[in-house]
Design a protein around this ligand. Structure first.
Ligand code: ADP
Ligand code: ASP
Ligand code: MG
Length: 504
């Protein structure tokens, strides 16, 4: 086919994951495949799967595909997991009429199955191929029904991951079918074979060392045969072979794990927006697409709520020196956003993000408490209970900090109450402005505080020159995002353009 060395030969002479930028061995440059990850809305039905196939068809480089579950499938599976694992639980708090109706598992599985079969019928025309894939879909749903029938059996997290994986297991089958229908040879490569993790079900930690070896040795032979490997995002397996998941939104992380282990030139995250915007475009219509973003800023943005890229993926891409590109699968010709570490002196970047799944804990030392050692005691409690803290603000006898709202805070609260008054506010959100350099510009503080003026703020935190965060009532967050965007991005841009106009 070509006079290039086989990728598998390069593998045999080079430590896996050590191919450099483009996989070079003995001075010969080998183009490693690019990893393309398609999120839920990019695989939401037959048309989207066909668009995926067209995108891969048009690539010049060889490709590896990672797919998430179809849009809303993981949410539905998560509701089934919650219903199955909370059966028999006492309801929390005062008895109030609940509006949340527990899903009927069989009806819910039947509806999910129908969605996938509908997509299959539109993607695959040939009868025999259709029947064989329909049979595979049956097997996956039979497995899900059996799992639900058996129930969690005291292992809720383990049970949850087995069921959550169904969404991605189905999506890879449809993606392969769509690629083949487009004339592109493709094969499912089960993520459980290559993404090994520990056994922290629900938020498993990858075993990077094993992944660095398993990914090239399993993927490259397929690529060499001219096939496109299609891998489930989000899932992996622990040492005992049970399925694990990397946490919600974790398919981005799968893509960077694969890209880093292969030494890919780039990982592309295909989604439903044109790239990273200066604010969530579903909230701020005036937001702009940013063409390139420094890795540190991307991590900060994703960490503080811009879900367009998962924080673990952004962090891992930086650590692996792996460029990440965000592109719109609905408009593949648009350039998207490049996240890379050598953004250097490119123009000032600014964006606003918000995160809602947050609780604020306020702790005030009892007057009788010792004047020193208060903070050490507070953070000692948090450390012992393994509760990660996001934002912190302190004075000599009180401190306030945010944590993930889903954490079980009752034990922490009890331990802190031994030496302090404790208040937990659950209906809060964080709003964060990210922008290295920009926050140091003269006059910036005034613009930030003009935007915040009308919003009651519980906490302000600025630990670096990359970002500044505010904790506010959750209901106030969207308005604060819009005002910050208006003052820091729209008005500043307008003023700059006016100045340039005057100069001309
Ligand atoms: P996918 O299913 O493709 O992984 P996600 O829903 O996880 O997609 O992420 C894409 C969404 O992220 C967008 O639809 C957008 O509403 C949201 N988003 C939040 N903040 C930003 C931002 N700053 N820039 C772009 N999108 C953002
Ligand atoms: N399907 C999974 C989720 O919805 C993983 C992902 O989308 O990245 O969380
Ligand atoms: Mg996502």
């Amino acid at each position: 086919m070509t006079d290039r060395p086989l990728l598998t030969e390069v593998c045999a002479t080079t430590a896996p994951g050590d191919f450099g930028d483009h996989g070079s061995s003995d001075g010969v440059t080998v183009a490693m495949p690019r990893v393309h990850k398609f999120g839920g809305t990019s695989v939401d039905g037959a048309e989207r799967f066909k668009a995926l196939a067209a995108i891969i068809r048009d690539q010049e480089d060889r490709s590896v595909v990672v797919v998430s579950a179809m849009a809303r499938v993981s949410d539905e599976l998560s509701r089934l997991v919650d219903a199955a694992t909370s059966e028999g639980d006492e309801p929390e708090g005062p008895a109030v009429a609940s509006t949340a109706v527990a899903p009927d598992p069989s009806a819910s599985l039947a509806a999910l199955k129908q969605r996938h079969l509908d997509a299959l019928h539109e993607i695959v025309e040939e009868e025999a191929a259709r029947a064989s894939l329909a049979a595979r879909i049956d097997v996956i749903f039979d497995g899900a029904a059996q799992l639900l029938g058996e129930g969690p059996g005291g292992e809720a997290e383990r049970f949850g991951d087995q069921l959550m994986a169904v969404g991605e297991d189905l999506a890879v089958e449809l993606a392969v079918a769509a690629l083949q229908a487009e004339g592109i040879p493709a094969a499912v490569l089960d993520a459980r074979e290559i993404v090994w993790t520990n056994a922290d079900f629900g938020a498993a930690v990858p075993d990077f060392e094993s992944i660095r070896k398993l990914v090239p040795s399993n993927i490259l032979p397929l690529v060499e045969e001219g096939r496109v490997p299609v891998v489930q995002g989000f899932i992996g397996s622990e040492a005992g072979g049970a399925t694990t998941t990397l946490g919600r939104g974790g398919s981005d992380f799968t893509a960077t794990l694969l890209g880093a282990a292969l030494g890919s030139p780039e990982v592309v995250l295909w989604t439903d927006v044109d790239g990273i915007h200066s604010a969530d475009p579903s909230l701020v219509r005036e937001s702009r697409v940013v063409s390139d973003v420094g890795s540190e800023e991307a991590v900060e943005l994703s960490y503080f709520g811009a879900r367009v890229v998962h924080p673990a993926a952004a962090k891992h891409a930086i650590a692996s020196n792996l460029p990440l590109r965000i592109k719109n699968s609905f408009a593949p010709e648009r350039p998207g956003t490049l996240i890379h570490s050598d953004r250097g002196a490119a123009g000032a970047f600014a964006a606003v993000a918000h995160k809602t799944n947050v609780a604020l804990i306020r702790v005030r030392a009892f007057p009788t408490a010792l004047a020193y050692g208060f903070l050490a005691r507070v953070f000692g409690v948090l450390g012992r209970h393994a509760v990660p803290v996001d934002l912190v603000s302190t004075s000599h006898s009180s401190t306030a900090f945010t944590v993930d709202r889903d954490e079980d805070l009752s034990a922490v609260r009890r331990a802190l109450s031994v030496f302090s008054e404790v208040e937990v506010l659950r209906d809060v959100a964080t709003v964060t402005v990210v922008g290295r350099g920009m926050l140091k510009e003269p006059g910036m503080d005034a613009l930030v505080f003009w935007a915040v003026e009308k919003t009651p703020v519980y906490l302000i935190s600025q630990a670096s020159d990359v970002s500044i965060s505010f904790v506010v009532d959750e209901a106030e967050a969207p308005e604060l995002v819009r005002r910050l965007h208006l003052s820091l991005i729209e008005l500043r841009e307008g003023a700059r353009e006016e100045k340039e106009g005057d100069r001309r």
